[in-house]
Ligand binder design. Sequence first.
Ligand code: HEM
Length: 409
Amino acid sequence: MGTDIGQLGRIFTSSSAYADPVAWHAAAERIRREQPVLRVTSERYPDFWAITTHADVLEVERHPDVFTNGPLPVITTKDRVAGAAEAPIKTLIQMDGAEHKTHRGIVNEWFKPGSVRRLQERVTELARQHVDRMATLGGECDFVNDVALHFPLHVILSILGLPESDYPRMLQLTQELFGPTDTDLGRGGDSALEVILDFVRYFTELTADRRATPTDDLASVIANARIDGAPIADLDTFGHYVIIATAGHDTTSSSIAAGLLALLQHPDQLALLQAEPDRIDQAADEIVRYTSPVKHFMRTCREPFELHGVTIQPGDLLYLSYASANRDETVFADPHRLDVTRQNAGNHLGFGFGQHFCLGVHLARMEIRTMFRELLPRLRHVELAGEPTWIHANFVQGPKSIPIRYDLV
Ligand code: HEM
């Protein structure tokens, strides 16, 4: 007798479940087959519907007026639900409707393909620096901690315009915010608010500085934004800094780290990209599909809605499982295989869809492509030098450590 399907629903909340990706995907596959809109009940978390197929996640994303991001965009334990709804700082992911449109409009221009292309030279320079550093490490390193964690952070902080001396502090804060259920990385307990307050202290100073002396960096765009003709409120500037500094970091580093691990586990695909580096651009989307570093976002239902034969009621919570949708066998043939030539890889939902579609998508793709274009052709040999480990988290998640042995040109 197999595990009861209701019990399987814990894979969506349990941080340790995500740390065993093979078992996680086997469970999700069964849920997609047997009960794709699954009611999940537990002691720690409010009840929710897990939405697991590609078509259903898309359907929910297509109805932002019925399914709102606020007040709970991310799974939250029962004891923290009230606090989360009253959080003093609101970011894009907590906003809906006109408020979301106004705030997204402030930063949208900066992240459009044309603007992002201007950054290519700097991104290449940073990627090369990180690969050069790998070359000095004596042929062995932990790819997560020595490379993947630092490169995207340096890109984000460099476009925000922060000095390099502040990078280590930002690295620590973003890890604390996104890994709070992981014993090694998080502060434990009710730490999210504390970490956000640390950001506030840092960015208050930054805003004052960019208002006094605007430059052409992203921090200046945020600090000097106007809403309905009036200067943006300080609290709103923090919301923008927090979401960009955090959403732009662990997501991309997890894609790069989990991407290299996936290539090591699919040596034919690694060999193909090394032999034909022109395929790397297309491979970036397959890497995001396969690794899905953002595991979920939540929605709250506002009016009765039929989904896959289930009536979702106002007030019900929905858990959009991007990780499951991206392995949906009805959309992606042989979904558990990394296939860098997959023609429809771009249909993945790893960046979401619709009004909240990832703001940083063009930058993220550029970073993944640039890192692998710099790294793969220089790797004469690469292999695992130990067991990789995974972060215990249920929101943004990926490898915690990937020991590798390599020979770099
Ligand atoms: C591979 C890396 C990344 C992945 C997998 C990823 C994934 C996502 C996902 C799934 C969403 C929610 C979409 C939805 O609700 O439909 C999102 C939103 C967002 N992402 Fe990304 N992201 C990545 C990189 C970045 C980068 C580099 C930045 C910025 C520098 C960024 C900034 C944002 C922001 C600001 C939002 C909120 C948008 C809104 O609510 O309107 N992301 N991302």
